[in-house]
Design a protein around this ligand. Structure first.
Ligand SMILES: [Cu+2]
Length: 72
């Protein structure tokens, strides 16, 4: 099932951060329609829950070492 989710991501300070986070999310299997706004810290994306869980997405963000997901 495709499910839209919203993540609040801390640690993004510039356009490069936004691009990096966007790419990190977009390359995950089961993730689509990624949009990231560095100014608000909010990312919107669709996850295919048959393929990936929201928790996996959060872990991928944490794995960058630079950014954290704050639970909304
Ligand atoms: Cu940056």
């Amino acid at each position: 099932m495709i499910q839209p989710i919203e993540l609040h991501i801390t640690g993004m300070t510039c356009g490069h951060c936004q691009k990096f986070v966007h790419e990190t999310l977009a390359e995950l299997r089961g993730v689509s329609e990624v949009s990231v706004d560095q100014k608000t810290g909010i990312a919107h994306l669709n996850i295919d829950t048959d393929v990936i869980a929201e928790q996996d997405v959060c872990e991928a963000i944490h794995a960058t070492g630079a950014y954290q997901v704050a639970k909304a």
